[in-house]
Structure formats: C-alpha cells, structure tokens
Design a protein around this ligand. Structure first.
Ligand SMILES: Nc1ncnc2c1ncn2[C@@H]1O[C@H](COP(=O)(O)OP(=O)(O)OP(=O)(O)O)[C@@H](O)[C@H]1O
Ligand SMILES: [Mg+2]
Length: 245
C-alpha cells in the first residue's frame, strides 16, 4: 500500500529514488534541458494521480495547446481528454500574467477548477515563463513564492517544470527557484562513448532521504522509466563525463 503522506509519481524507479514519492502537499522542481522529458513526467504524474490515486490534477501550460498534450499523452496510453470529461483533470493553456492574477482571485477559472475538482496535484509547464513577468530577481522570487505558497496552502502536490540553463544551475537561477521548492530533480543529457543518454538525479528533498546516485533513464511508450546508476564515470552533470577506471 502507498504511504498516505506521499504522492506517487507513477514513474517507475523515480518513486524509489524519492524514497516513496513526493511528500504530499509539497512543491518539487523538475529541471531539464530541451526534450529531456519534463512534460512527459508532468503528464505521467497527473495521470497517476487522476486515473489511479483518486487525486484530481491541474496542468497549467504556457507552451502547448491542450490538443497537442492530448495527442502526446495518448501516444503513451494516457487518455487525458477522458479524464477531463470525468472532472478528474483540467488542462489550462494560459499566460504567466493570467496565472498570477488568477490565484489572487477566488472567482477565476483556475481557482474555480481547484475548488470544483478538488485538485490535489498540479503541474506548471514551465516556470521559466514567469521570468517574462519582471527583470528584477527580487520580484521574480516573490512571484515564485506567491505561486508555491498558494499551492501549498491548498494542500496541492506540485511539480514545477523548468528549463535547465547549463552546468551552473544555481548561478543561472535568477529568482532562486531551486531554493523556494521542497525538492529538486534534474534531467540532463550525457555523452557516453559518442551516444547521448538521458540522466536523472534527485538533488534535494526537504524532510526525506533520497537516492544520491545519477541514473540513466529512457522514454518509451508508457512514459519515463528509470534504469541503472551510471558506474565508473565522473563529471556526469557537466554532460561530458570522464571514466574513473
Ligand atoms: N510516445 C513516445 N515514445 C517514445 N519516446 C517519446 C514519445 N513521446 C516523446 N518521446 C521522447 O520524449 C522527448 C520529448 O519529451 P518532452 O516533450 O516530455 O520533453 P520536454 O523536456 O518537455 O521538452 P521541451 O523542453 O521541448 O518542452 C522526445 O524528444 C522523444 O525523445
Ligand atoms: Mg515540455
């Protein structure tokens, strides 16, 4: 049986890396390079909640229209449109400005969806777009905190997606998003023997232990699957690792 204090992500191997899933009601950041699988993990997390855990979900996208998300999800076997029709999921295509003002207004479509569906899980795709709200890092940080605290107050387990901007991700994190969240998961490409592979690492989980290894992962029909830890390499997160033996 799953732990009621945890929200299983439904990603084989990732729940084990997180020692049983995300802490319910917490906010996690999933940061990754283009095409590493952020949106896929986001949809997988919402599908797990809505279809299997009786936890209705909200997907806020600034990037993809609902019909392209339905199509991409269906290729994995996830019928998101069907879940929306059953009021277990709501997909909202909007702008960062509308999202921030919506959370301030109890009558907005997003606030009503949270109430009417009893939303327990949310994905924002992606937080990087909030940078268009302001050039001031202090103000950006306050937008991040406003959003994250709003979701925490509703008891929603949030998976916030963000674009990865290179090896020094803390320095490039203008609004200090990685510090505002409870957990950070990183997706990267690594080049090994002239082949690009995908790597995943859990960098922090407030209030819980986590796997410290860097693991290989794949995307196949059915979503993301975590494989073995990389052995005998160092410098994996730079993208160009060296052999250690
Ligand atoms: N049905 C599928 N079967 C196998 N692999 C797939 C499938 N759908 C997508 N992929 C893989 O997943 C990748 C895209 O994943 P996804 O859209 O989740 O990435 P992302 O990190 O959100 O990208 P972006 O930064 O562009 O938003 C594709 O490049 C492809 O390699
Ligand atoms: Mg995406």
């Amino acid at each position: 049986m799953s732990d009621p204090g945890r929200a299983l992500m439904g990603v084989s191997g990732l729940d084990e890396m997180l020692c049983g899933g995300l802490i319910a009601g917490s906010a996690a950041l999933l940061q990754g390079a283009p095409g590493t699988g952020k949106t896929t993990v986001g949809m997988q997390f919402l599908y797990e909640g809505a279809a299997k855990q009786d936890e209705p979900g909200l997907l806020v996208s600034f990037e993809q229209f609902p019909h392209t998300l339905y199509r991409d999800a269906l290729a994995h076997g996830w019928d998101l449109r069907g879940l929306e029709q059953q009021s277990k999921l709501r997909i909202v295509f909007t702008s960062p400005q509308v999202l921030v003002s919506s959370l301030q207004s109890p009558m907005s479509p997003i606030s009503s969806a949270i109430r009417e569906l009893g939303v327990k899980r949310a994905v924002v795709d992606s937080m990087t777009h909030l940078q268009t709200l302001t050039r001031d890092p202090v103000q950006l940080r306050s937008h991040y905190n406003f959003l994250i605290n709003g979701l925490r107050r509703e008891g929603i387990t949030a998976l916030l997606l963000s674009e990865d901007s290179g090896p020094d991700f803390v320095r490039s994190d203008r609004g200090r998003l990685a510090f505002a969240v409870d957990a950070v998961i990183l997706l990267r490409y690594v080049e090994i023997d002239s082949v690009m592979q995908r790597a995943i690492a859990v960098l922090k989980t407030r209030g819980s232990d986590h796997d410290k290894s860097i693991r290989r992962f794949e995307i196949a029909r059915g979503g993301v699957v975590i494989r073995e830890a990389f052995q005998g390499r160092e410098g994996l997160l730079t993208g160009t690792p060296r052999r250690t033996r």
